[in-house]
Ligand binder design. Structure first.
Ligand code: ATP
Ligand code: MG
Length: 286
């Protein structure tokens, strides 16, 4: 725990591009085995109906999700009564403020090491953004080595990003709406060979541009691999407006966090999320 706190202090002091971004946003997302994993009621009941003009997914496939499955994978943002849901809403507000200030619409989520909670944060943050009636959120699984968004959401679609990359499908055919308004997912079903080269290809470059430009109210979140695992993150990051780093408490060493921060030095770092931390919620702000 201590080593993470030290690392976070250094992260706080790390240089960011001050012309385009203020000091890094730091936010703890508290979540223990006990707090993320409680039972939930049906998703439909928990999601506020909100918008006066509901979105109709004429082209995007709509599937329903299983509440118990989501609970098991710590997906909680669809339940406003869940104790961890508030943390993602606060994170959402801070992230959107920073992105709006700078005109950014694409956000990468990474971490120094594996198993830090990137995918859990990416899914919950995207869901929380989608609950704002003036936004849509698109979550793209760009962890081409260990894709897990579809598994965590319980999606079982035959078409995915793999088919688009292999030229077998249009991207629109692989998009799916998991039963929550304004929330769309581009899943990856299988690990991709040559992930780094694929992420730096012009095909992926055009895809990112297309996903960003199609709707002006859309925030696109890319779930990436760990920054220290390979050069995938460095390959794709220049094409994404800004990045959020998830540090798992007790997962990464101070040196790993430092090294990851230095590799992100050219990117627009929005901030660091301290995940899996057991500190009391009332002390959770920096
Ligand atoms: N706040 C939390 N509290 C407890 N466990 C958590 C928390 N966040 C995530 N986990 C658990 O940690 C594990 C790793 O989470 P997740 O898959 O989101 O991490 P990741 O950084 O995306 O991993 P990978 O590097 O493999 O992609 C999962 O079992 C997840 O349920
Ligand atoms: Mg992941």
């Amino acid at each position: 725990m201590e080593r993470i706190k030290l690392a976070i202090e250094k992260a706080k002091a790390a240089e960011v591009d001050s012309a385009r971004s203020d000091a890094p946003l730091l936010r703890r997302v508290r979540g223990s085995e006990a707090s993320i994993g409680e039972s939930s009621s049906a998703i439909r009941r928990e999601v506020p109906l909100g918008d006066a003009s509901p979105v109709h997914y004429t082209q995007t496939a709509v599937v329903s999700m299983d509440a118990a499955h989501l609970d098991r994978h710590r997906v909680v943002s669809h339940q406003k009564t869940h104790p961890a849901s508030w943390a993602f809403d606060v994170l959402r507000t801070q992230v959107l403020q920073k992105m709006d200030e700078n005109g950014w619409r694409t956000l990468a989520i990474t971490s120094p090491s594996v198993e830090s909670g990137k995918t859990v944060v990416a899914i919950n943050l995207a869901m929380s953004i989608a609950q704002q009636t003036n936004r849509t959120a698109l979550l793209v699984d760009f962890d081409l080595r260990r894709p897990s968004v579809a598994r965590y959401l319980g999606l079982n679609r035959s078409l995915s990003l793999n088919d688009f990359l292999d030229g077998r499908a249009n991207v629109g055919d692989a998009l799916v709406n998991p039963g929550i308004e304004r929330f769309v997912v581009l899943p990856t079903n299988q690990p991709v060979t040559g992930a780094s080269e694929v992420l730096s290809s012009s095909k992926v470059g055009h895809l990112i541009d297309d996903l960003r430009e199609r709707y002006s109210d859309r925030i696109v979140i890319f779930d990436l691999p760990p920054v220290l695992a390979a050069d995938d993150v460095m390959s794709v990051l220049p094409r994404i407006d800004c990045v959020l780093m998830v540090v798992g408490s007790g997962v990464s060493t101070e040196n790993e966090v430092e090294e990851a921060m230095s590799r992100l030095s050219k990117a627009n770092l929005l901030g660091v999320v301290l995940n899996k931390d057991e500190a009391p919620v009332q002390n959770a702000y920096y």
